[in-house]
Structures are given as structure tokens and as C-alpha cells.
Design a protein around this ligand. Structure first.
Ligand SMILES: *[C@@H]1O[C@H](CO)[C@@H](O)[C@H](O)[C@H]1NC(C)=O
Ligand SMILES: *[C@@H]1O[C@H](CO)[C@@H](O)[C@H](O)[C@H]1NC(C)=O
Ligand SMILES: *[C@@H]1O[C@H](CO)[C@@H](O)[C@H](O)[C@H]1NC(C)=O
Ligand SMILES: *[C@@H]1O[C@H](CO)[C@@H](O)[C@H](O)[C@H]1NC(C)=O
Ligand SMILES: *[C@@H]1O[C@H](CO)[C@@H](O)[C@H](O)[C@H]1NC(C)=O
Ligand SMILES: *[C@@H]1O[C@H](CO)[C@@H](O)[C@H](O)[C@H]1NC(C)=O
Ligand SMILES: *[C@@H]1O[C@H](CO)[C@@H](O)[C@H](O)[C@H]1NC(C)=O
Length: 470
């Protein structure tokens, strides 16, 4: 390529980025011979394409015309909200003389029954469960119950108590009518969760993670309008997730490491949750297009380790507040939508171990906060100079793909076999749609060395993939 034509290519490229144009992403099957004949990428990183004639045509005007948004899913009627608490209650230690106690007989009765059922109590909780003032019991927290104006048991925290025995969650909690916060992770609670948990008028934090719960999703939770925190991780729940889950006004949905099945309901778009992990279940089907509606709230989302299929909806590109997006270890396919270049805050992107193919959009590699982008173990075919820059910086991992000329790629035969089958996605035209002005960063602002990177805080959702430990 002559210096002039190289310059021209770069000018065309830059002006297209300015106008939101990105490479065509339709991929035609390649034969082994074609793959073998493909020239190696040039050593200098300034030539973005495998050959000059593959450089993009001038921006089509249609780039700016976006299709209609996916329809919003219906919301479901919820029960009327219970009386509101004054802000978010923090459990506080009991006053020494609490005066009359709310539901005293009921709380004392069930506490003694639980105590009899606990066969192992390594941290000596039950030793303190004596006398009539339950506010002094280890693990119990009291405060004024708003609609009674007397002291009551508002929080139970047995996180990490390591109780062993046959502990029946539902039977226990229905004797605690004033409860707001119930944290019992890593104990041996089990038992069905029956419908009228919503009789618990103030319930807003439920952490049942890492216990022995099984059966279908505890639909009765849905009636608990106050919940802000749903943590059911590390149990053996199974079956579908009810669509109503995503209508709850919660901040956190952690349901990873269970056996949930079937598709992700399209109500997913209704959830205002900031942190969501559906990881390590057996969900099938595609990521719902309604994810568009999560754009104003969603910060971290993990879909990893399921059986998701289909192509990535371009609506994901609207998630410009998200820091973490992980769909690794699924059965997803298709190209990366060019809209991914709009995910302005993306730090941790993981698409590894799927069947994605096509060129990696340069706009993705120009995201200003890119920290760890893992695209390995797919069938991607091209990287341009910006992506090569990220590879050199150790920010982008493209190992085990079909990018000829790069080290650590798949065997050409494996690639040819993959591309010998025609592969298509529904709505192929959407892969080149860009709902923002690209690039988000100009080349001169891009970091050239590791020193520009500061380590972002560890994602909360990744921490949720570890069993809770205390
Ligand atoms: C260059 O790319 C064009 C279009 O993709 C293709 O038709 C042509 O064969 C390529 N040339 C070489 C030398 O690979
Ligand atoms: C619990 O109490 C027993 C004796 O009552 C004592 O030996 C043990 O160290 C205590 N354990 C803890 C964790 O306090
Ligand atoms: C709650 O009870 C205290 C005395 O126990 C009383 O002074 C106060 O006015 C009561 N508040 C309400 C809202 O009833
Ligand atoms: C946990 O609870 C189950 C019943 O739900 C019981 O069979 C099992 O023995 C308990 N495990 C321990 C370690 O106590
Ligand atoms: C205690 O154990 C009995 C017998 O297994 C069981 O029926 C009951 O539900 C348990 N109660 C609690 C609070 O765990
Ligand atoms: C996200 O996109 C919206 C328009 O959809 C825009 O108004 C907003 O400034 C963008 N935020 C960031 C952080 O880029
Ligand atoms: C990037 O993320 C992947 C997948 O989570 C992880 O295996 C890898 O260690 C991370 N790399 C760095 C440099 O943090």
C-alpha cells in the first residue's frame, strides 16, 4: 500500500468513526482455502484491514436511523405497599430496658423451638437465648416498630453462624411479624417458602444464600413489596424464574448458582436493580431486547455460565452506565453489535467461550474505561489497530479465535469447519446501528501505556460468585 492510499484509508476511517459508521458485520462463510490465502496482517499497526479494498465505504445515512424500541413488557399488579418505614432502618442494639416488647410470646416460643433444632452452634449464639428480653439474644436486633410504637424484633442476622440442624425457614419467620431484615446465609435453613410471607409488612432485605433451599422460585417473595435486596445465591432452587421478579423495586438481584431453567423473562427490562447476577444456572434462549429499559440503572450484570443462545441484541449498546457485562460460557453467537462502542463506562466485558464471530468493532476498543475485555474462545476474525493496541496493553484477550496472523489462535481447520456453515442472526441490519456518536474517545486521548490505567474497584457481582464467608 502506498503512503498516499494508506493516508486515504485512515482519513476515510476517521471520518466514518466521526459519523458513527463502523465496519459491515455480515459474515459470509469462509472456506479453508480462503482462510489459508488471507494475507497476514501487516506488522505496522496503522493499517486497519486485511486488504485495502475491504476498507469501509463512506457512511451510509441509515446509520442514524434507529429502529423502533422493543415493546415494554407488562408490569404486574403488586399488592398495596405496607406503611413506609422512616428511611432505611439500620438494626440497632437493644436498649437495656425495652419496656413492652412486640409479639413477645410468639418470638420467644419460636426461638426456643429453633434452639432445640440447632444441633451445632460453633459460635455460641444460643447460649444467650435465655430470659424474656429477646433484644439481648445474639443475632437479634430491636427497634421501634412504626405502626405499633413499641420495641420489636426487626432484624435477624445469623450470617455465618454456621448452625447445623434441620432449620425450617418458613415456620420460623412467620412467628416474627415485625421483621425487616433477615440474613441467614451459610446456615442449614431449608423448607418451603409459603405464600403469606407478604404478611411481613416491613420485610426489605432477604439473604437466604448458601443454605439448603430447593424447589421452585419462592414466588411468595414477590408479594413483599418492600424488598430491596434479594439474595438467593448458592441454593438448589430450580424451574423458571417468575416474570414478576423483575417488577420488584429492588437494588440487587443475586440468584446465581442455583438450577433455574427456561428463558430470561422479557420483564427483565422492568427491573430497576443496579446489580444483577443470573450466573451459573441453566437459563436458555436469548438475552431479552428489553434490556434497553435497564439503561438508566444497570451497573453490573452477569449472565455467565448458562445455556443462553441466539445473538446479542443491539439494545445492549444503550447500557452506557454499565461497568460490567459478562455473558461468558454460554452458547451465544453472531457478531458483536457496533452499538457496544457506546457503552461509555464499560470496564469489564467478558464474551469468552461462546460462538461469536466477525470483526471486533474498533469502537469497542476505543472505550475510554476499558480495563479487562475478554473475548477469547470464540470465532472472531479481525482486529483493527485500536484493538491491537489493547492487546499489547494486556487489556484485551482474543486468544483462541480465528484471527490469522495473531498468536494463540484456533487451528485453521476448526475455524474453517465453523465457517463452513452459513450463520445468520435475526435482524442483521441492527448489528451496524450505533445509538451514539462514535468514537467516544479520540485517538489522541487514548492511553498509550499501562500507567494511564487505574484499577477499578472489584465488581460486586463477581464477589457474589464466591460463597459467602464470615
Ligand atoms: C480484498 O478484499 C476484497 C473484499 O473483501 C476481496 O474481494 C479481495 O479478494 C481481497 N483481496 C485479497 C488480495 O485478499
Ligand atoms: C463457646 O462456649 C464454649 C464453652 O461454653 C467455649 O469452650 C467455646 O470457646 C465458645 N466458643 C466461642 C466461639 O465463643
Ligand atoms: C410513641 O410512644 C411514646 C411513649 O411510649 C409517646 O411519647 C409517643 O408520642 C408515641 N408516638 C406515637 C407516634 O404515637
Ligand atoms: C441440614 O438439614 C437437613 C434437613 O433439611 C438435614 O437432613 C441435614 O442433616 C442437615 N445438615 C446438618 C449438617 O445438620
Ligand atoms: C424443628 O424441627 C422439627 C422436627 O424436625 C420441625 O418440624 C420444625 O419445623 C423445626 N422448627 C424450626 C423452627 O426449624
Ligand atoms: C448515555 O446515553 C444518553 C442518551 O441515550 C446520554 O444522554 C448520556 O449522556 C449518556 N451517558 C454517558 C455516560 O455517556
Ligand atoms: C480478566 O477477566 C478474566 C475473566 O474474568 C480473568 O480470567 C482474568 O484474570 C482477568 N484479567 C486481568 C488482567 O484482570
Amino acid at each position: 500500500m502506498s503512503p498516499q492510499s494508506l493516508l486515504l484509508t485512515i482519513v476515510v476511517l476517521q471520518s466514518c468513526f466521526m459519523h458513527g459508521f463502523v465496519y459491515p458485520s455480515s459474515i459470509t462463510p469462509l472456506s479453508l482455502e480462503t482462510l489459508a490465502k488471507m494475507p497476514l496482517p501487516p506488522k505496522t499497526s496503522s493499517v486497519p484491514f486485511l486488504n485495502e479494498s475491504a476498507a469501509p465505504a463512506p457512511c451510509p445515512r441509515s446509520c442514524s436511523r434507529l429502529p423502533p424500541l422493543p415493546p415494554r413488557s407488562p408490569t404486574f399488579p403488586l399488592p398495596p405497599p405496607p406503611p413506609r418505614l422512616p428511611g432505611r432502618l439500620k438494626p440497632r442494639q437493644p436498649p437495656n430496658n425495652p419496656g413492652p416488647l412486640s409479639s413477645q410470646n410468639s418470638v420467644l416460643f419460636i426461638t426456643q423451638e429453633l434452639k432445640r433444632n440447632i444441633t451445632s452452634d460453633p459460635n455460641n449464639y444460643t447460649a444467650s437465648w435465655v430470659g424474656n428480653n429477646y433484644c439481648l439474644f445474639k443475632g437479634y436486633y430491636c427497634d421501634i416498630v412504626p405502626d405499633k410504637n413499641i420495641t420489636g424484633l426487626i432484624a435477624v442476622n445469623f450470617n455465618g453462624a454456621n448452625f447445623r440442624g434441620n432449620l425450617n425457614f418458613y415456620r420460623y419467620i412467620r412467628f416474627l411479624p415485625d421483621i425487616c431484615i433477615f440474613h441467614v446465609n451459610s446456615n442449614n435453613f431449608s423448607g418451603l417458602i409459603f405464600p403469606n410471607i407478604n404478611k411481613l409488612r416491613f420485610f426489605f432485605e432477604l439473604d437466604l444464600s448458601n443454605n439448603g433451599f430447593s424447589g421452585s422460585f419462592p414466588v411468595s417473595l414477590i408479594g413483599s413489596r418492600q424488598l430491596t435486596f434479594v439474595d438467593l445465591r448458592f441454593n438448589t432452587f430450580s424451574g423458571p424464574v417468575p416474570p414478576q421478579l423483575f417488577n420488584l423495586d429492588v437494588d440487587v438481584i443475586f440468584i446465581n448458582n442455583n438450577g433455574f431453567t427456561q428463558t430470561i423473562p422479557s420483564t427483565f427490562g422492568n427491573t430497576p436493580a443496579l446489580y444483577i447476577t443470573l450466573a451459573n444456572n441453566r437459563f436458555t434462549g436469548p438475552i431479552p431486547q428489553t434490556i434497553y429499559y435497564n439503561r438508566k440503572t444497570l451497573i453490573e450484570v452477569l449472565f455467565l455460565g448458562n445455556r443462553l443462545t441466539g445473538c446479542l441484541p443491539y439494545e445492549i449498546g444503550y447500557l452506557n452506565l454499565s461497568h460490567v457485562f459478562d455473558v461468558s460460557f454460554n452458547r451465544l453467537t453472531g457478531p458483536i453489535p457496533e452499538s457496544f462502542g457506546c457503552m461509555a463506562r464499560m470496564q469489564f466485558l467478558n464474551l469468552a467461550h461462546n460462538k461469536f464471530y466477525g470483526p471486533i468493532p474498533e469502537s469497542l476498543c476505543m472505550l475510554p474505561r476499558a480495563y479487562n475485555f475478554t473475548l477469547s474462545n470464540n470465532y472472531f476474525t479481525q482486529v483493527g489497530p485500536q484493538c491491537r493496541r489493547l492487546i499489547r496493553l494486556g487489556t484485551l484477550d482474543v486468544r483462541k479465535n480465528c484471527i490469522f496472523g495473531l498468536r494463540g489462535q484456533r487451528n485453521p481447520r476448526t475455524c474453517a469447519a465453523f465457517f463452513s456453515r452459513a450463520r445468520t442472526c435475526p435482524r442483521p441490519e441492527e448489528f451496524s446501528l450505533v445509538p451514539c456518536t462514535l468514537p467516544l474517545t479520540t485517538a489522541s486521548e487514548l492511553p498509550m501505556s499501562e500507567s494511564r490505567f487505574t484499577t477499578p474497584p472489584s465488581p460486586r457481582t463477581y464477589a457474589a460468585l464466591e460463597k459467602p464467608r464470615h
